[in-house]
Design a protein around this ligand. Structure first.
Ligand SMILES: NC(=O)c1ccc[n+]([C@@H]2O[C@H](COP(=O)([O-])OP(=O)(O)OC[C@H]3O[C@@H](n4cnc5c(N)ncnc54)[C@H](OP(=O)(O)O)[C@@H]3O)[C@@H](O)[C@H]2O)c1
Length: 257
């Protein structure tokens, strides 16, 4: 886990651009209509990704993004197919129906679970505080429900699909007591209590369980009986922290007081 100095110096490093050729691949991006998700979709086009599934909660934004990415593809001499799917992560029913739709994709090589919010106002969604519902519960519901689809592609095409979950290094600014104080099994309910919720630090708090759940799910995948012929998990799980980036609502709410 980085400290504040590593966090700041990390901002000065620009990671190398990938050069992989993604011809033939199908990759899904959530929150693809803006910010990092939109830029990720553009990069996939530049890397020749054959099919990009863009998950957007607003159908009209999805259509506009589809048009934008199609134009970007042809301007760059690429032939990417863009498929918009509706996904509203404040609704578990929407997450389930989205993943049911994904079962019809001929293949799925990777998913970038990027959609996220930084709310300052307390609101509930599905009985939990909305940031927790979107950034944590729905994100991992998606990961869990997409896993069998990715495993099926792993077997059928002899590939190692990836799940990339977008976290944030700011998870280390969370007061861990907020997660350790509640009784076991009550954490998500406790942080969804309107009276005691600290919305100033809510974004940071939401990214700590993201990191912890990636570790947990990774250990489950490692122990799973579903391995490839060399004994490795069929699907690789990553937790990525992009650092501060300029995006539609960036920087996400950073207020430590
Ligand atoms: N930007 C940064 O500096 C930074 C740093 C570290 C980590 N991150 C993480 O990177 C990810 C992307 O952030 P960003 O800066 O690119 O933010 P952004 O521009 O606000 O994009 C967020 C995306 O998530 C979508 N989204 C929000 N609520 C949703 C919901 N209920 N259901 C489905 N989709 C929903 C948004 O759709 P709408 O347009 O319809 O709202 C949008 O497409 C987030 O997970 C964020 O926490 C960002």
């Amino acid at each position: 886990m980085p400290g504040n100095i590593q966090f700041l110096t990390g901002q000065l490093r620009t990671p190398p651009m990938p050069t992989d050729d993604l011809t033939g691949r199908t990759i899904l991006v959530t929150g693809a209509n803006s910010g990092l998700g939109l830029d990720a979709a553009k990069l996939l086009i530049k890397l020749n990704c054959s099919t990009i599934v863009i998950a957007c909660r607003d159908v009209s934004k999805g259509k506009a993004t589809e048009d934008l990415l199609r134009a970007f593809s042809s301007q760059n001499g690429k032939k990417s197919t863009i498929i918009p799917f509706e996904l509203e992560m404040t609704s578990f029913a929407s997450v389930v129906s989205f993943t049911t739709r994904c079962k019809d994709l001929p293949r799925l090589d990777a998913v970038i679970l990027n959609a996220g919010i930084a709310e300052v106002e307390f609101k509930l969604a599905e009985g939990y505080e909305k940031t927790i519902t979107v950034n944590v519960i729905s994100t991992f519901l998606l990961a869990t429900l997409l896993l069998p689809i990715l495993r099926a592609s792993a077997r059928k095409y002899s590939i190692t699909p990836n799940i990339a979950i977008v976290g944030s290094a700011v998870h280390f600014w969370t007061d861990p007591k907020q997660l350790t104080k509640p009784a076991s099994g009550q954490i998500l309910k406790a942080v969804s209590d309107r009276q005691s919720a600290d919305m100033k630090g809510r974004y940071f708090l939401s990214k700590l369980p993201v990191m912890l759940l990636v570790k947990y799910l990774g250990s489950v995948l490692e122990k799973s009986a579903q391995q490839d012929s060399s004994g490795k998990p069929l699907v690789v799980l990553n937790n990525v922290a992009p650092g501060f980036c300029v995006s539609s609502k960036s920087p996400p709410q950073i207020n430590r007081n």
